[in-house]
Design a protein around this ligand. Structure first.
Ligand code: DAH
Length: 345
């Protein structure tokens, strides 16, 4: 057959490509050849372009011819590719050997952090009194962290809290108390919630870390009194540290509660006799508490004439110190599994 013009070109390309495919020694080389002949700017494409100049009557027959040639090349490519791939796989398997007798990697199971254990246990104990768990964000508005909690801009209580400011209107929360506001604004009373989480203060020495944890408690209902607060805390202390331990409430001040108290429990270690843990006093301070201040109810949109409530805040690390006798706060952040494994979950 005498081939001329584009037909000749086509036959030439097919022959050339077939020879090239057959001589490829790796699948990568083969792929490059595919691009060269069949790719977008490959030789095949230029023949297709040349066909565009043919008279309309000749186009269908020419198109058929080109398609057939292309299919033939693609089939040839697939054939060579599969042969090369299986050859390559064989070579890889021969080169990589797997020693099934090697010992496996030993994964040492971790352990729950005492801070997590304490938070979970408090939530569990309080759930028996109908308390649900709520959380809030670590970056909190100045309004929720202070303003709505009855701590205006010029209030001296702001100094006590060594705040990390993010910007003029946001802080790293210095306490879990803003969760009180969030809950009162988003849920209808009566409310019983505990809110555990991390808090931040710009403060660091042997007994203070800039990042520690608290758990907030909030109860809102009709006719809630200091007696409810004391009963609740005393139940909690008995369950957490051991039944029979006494609690005591000392008058104190917090802007968001009125009256406010500092609560102590009898030292669980010496049962009130006096030891190193409690500084020989027989008592250990576990947190602040009080009746929710009317201004706080007002900020959160609740009518203080209709609703009363109590709130409390415990320091988690402090409770872990007492419960497990962890006296060095650095241990909390070192992540040493030998330390973590000592606490039964
Ligand atoms: N937010 C207080 C603090 O970080 C602790 C606290 C005191 C929480 C009294 C309360 C409360 O809910 O009623 O120092």
């Amino acid at each position: 057959m005498q081939s001329s013009g584009w037909e000749g070109q086509l036959a030439e390309i097919v022959r050339e490509a077939e020879t090239a495919f057959s001589s490829a020694s790796t699948s990568k080389d083969l792929y490059e050849l595919k691009v060269k002949f069949l790719g977008k700017s490959g030789s095949f494409q230029s023949v297709m372009k040349a066909m565009g100049a043919l008279p309309a009557a000749e186009k269908p027959a020419a198109g058929k011819l080109v398609n057939e040639a292309k299919q033939r090349l693609e089939a040839r490519y697939a054939e060579v590719e599969s042969a090369l791939k299986s050859k390559e796989l064989g070579e890889r398997l021969a080169a990589e050997s797997l020693d099934l007798t090697l010992p496996g990697t030993a994964w040492t199971p971790g352990a729950q952090h005492p801070v997590t254990l304490v938070m979970d246990e408090i939530a569990e104990i309080m759930s028996r009194l109908g308390y649900a768990v709520r959380t809030g964000p670590l970056i909190e508005s100045d309004r929720n962290n202070f303003e709505a909690l009855n701590v205006p801009k010029d209030h001296p209580a702001r100094d006590m809290q060594d705040t990390f400011y993010i910007d003029e209107h946001h802080v790293l929360r210095t306490q879990t108390s803003p969760i009180q506001i969030r809950v009162m604004e988003s849920e209808a009373p009566p409310l019983r919630v505990v809110a555990p989480g991390a808090v931040f203060r710009c403060d660091a020495d042997v007994s203070h870390s800039p990042n520690f944890h608290q758990i907030e408690g909030l109860c809102v209902d009709r006719r809630v009194s200091m007696a409810d607060l004391k009963g609740t805390i005393t139940f909690f202390v008995g369950e957490f540290f051991g039944r029979g331990l006494k609690t005591r409430f000392r008058p104190s001040f917090f802007p968001f509660t009125e009256p406010s108290a500092e609560m102590d429990c009898q030292c669980p270690l010496c049962k009130g006799k006096g030891c190193r843990m409690c500084g020989q006093s027989g008592w250990i301070e576990i947190g602040g508490c009080g009746l929710v201040h009317p201004n706080v109810f007002q900020s959160a949109g609740l009518d203080p004439k209709q609703w009363q409530g109590f709130a409390f805040g415990f320091g988690i690390e402090r409770m872990a110190i007492i419960k497990y006798g962890i006296t060095d706060i650095r241990l909390y952040t070192e992540n040493d599994v030998r330390f973590l494994k000592q606490f039964p979950s």
